[in-house]
Structure formats: C-alpha cells, structure tokens
Ligand binder design. Sequence first.
Ligand SMILES: Nc1ncnc2c1ncn2[C@@H]1O[C@H](COP(=O)(O)OP(=O)(O)OP(=O)(O)O)[C@@H](O)[C@H]1O
Ligand SMILES: [Mg+2]
Length: 215
Amino acid sequence: MKIGISNLKGGVGKTTISQNLAVGLAHIGYKVCIVDTDRNQNSIAWVGERDNDLPNILAVGITDPKALNKMIDQLDADHDFIIIDGTPSLGEMTTRVILASDLLLIPILPSGHDIRSMQLFFERYEQAKEFKEDIPAYFFINQYSENIKLHQSTKELLGDFGIGMLETKFNRRVAYAETSITGQGVYEYNDEKAKAEVVSLTKEVLEIASQLGFL
Ligand SMILES: Nc1ncnc2c1ncn2[C@@H]1O[C@H](COP(=O)(O)OP(=O)(O)OP(=O)(O)O)[C@@H](O)[C@H]1O
Ligand SMILES: [Mg+2]
C-alpha cells in the first residue's frame, strides 16, 4: 500500500509523520520503505543515522517527478507499505505524489494562516481527481495545542474542504525534533506520550487500510 504524506506548505510535519509512521509500522513487522521526494533528502539522512538493531526501514530518494511511478512500482513488489514523504516545492511532484497514493495524509498545523494556505494544495488534489476519481485523504493535525478555541476554528476552516480528519494528533513535543536527528522514531524514544501518539496513528492508518481493502 502506498501512503502519501503531502502538503505544499513547508514545515508542517510531512517528514516527521513519514518517519514516525514508518517506525510504527516497522515495529509491527511490516516491510516499510520511505520514498523521499524532497530535494533536501531529510528522510535519507535520517535512515542513515538509524542503529542497526532497530527495525530496518529503506529510504529511497527521488526528485524527478517523471520517474516516481516506476520507482514506486518496483518498491511495491517487496514492501508492505511505501510512505511517500512529500515536497513543498510547487513543481509537478506533488500532483504525482497525490496520484501515486492509495491513501493521502495531509499534515497541517492548527493555525488560520496554515489552513488558508491549503487552498493551493486542495486545487492540486481536485485536479488529480480528474484523472483518478477515488483518492482517500485525511487531514492530520500536527503540533496540536490544548487550546480548544483554536481547535474549533481549525475544524470549521477545514470543514470547507470536505476531507476527513484523523482522530490522532501529534502534540508539539521535543521528542519529535530530537528523533529527527538521531534516526529514531519517537516509538523508540523515552517519551511515553509521544509514543502513544504514534501507536494511535499507526492503528488508525491500519484501520483505514483495512477498510480500503489493503489488509
Ligand atoms: N509535533 C512536533 N513537535 C515538535 N517539533 C516538531 C513536530 N513536528 C515537526 N516538528 C519539527 O518541525 C520542523 C518541521 O517538521 P518537518 O521537517 O517534519 O516538516 P516538513 O513538512 O517535512 O517540512 P519541509 O516542507 O521543509 O519538508 C522539524 O524541525 C521537526 O523536527
Ligand atoms: Mg520534509
């Protein structure tokens, strides 16, 4: 199954979610690969830092949008999950990622600015749906704050897009930033609350995968 993590907005957590979902799935025993489509190749560097005794995750870098499909088809043969870490670049890649995904997760930060700037991404998503009707997609709130008012307005603004929202959220936690350097997922780190968030995300994604007929 191919899961795209995409948003044209930079710094919303595409890479953080890709890596932590990959770790969550790998600890269950699935064979997981991250396809890194961003020029900065963060996920490639992160895999390079992983200890040998942690579950293996392959990372493959690709920046030519025209080569994406072929690469993914090759990887699909011997992986249970391919997680596509998206790029904020305005080029063709984001449309390709959307079209290549069996499930799309769209990380967003709970701020009005970020949500309004979703329009550009949403236009891509709608264009892609002209080629492929059914592209299941969910928003994923990252760097969540307990501020209920903010959360309510986030929900209202997002409601306009007609896309569902995962129940799991990642709070803002040092663990996510730390592990981006150490090659770990927070599942492999000493923050139980962060770990619980990743367990919940993994479970929710597997439920959706099952509903969509992939498991
Ligand atoms: N929940 C979180 N708590 C704390 N820090 C976070 C969290 N999510 C992401 N970060 C940090 O925020 C920064 C941006 O996150 P990340 O690199 O995952 O975003 P991105 O969408 O992949 O960015 P880009 O568009 O540049 O690829 C990173 O330094 C990351 O460690
Ligand atoms: Mg990134």
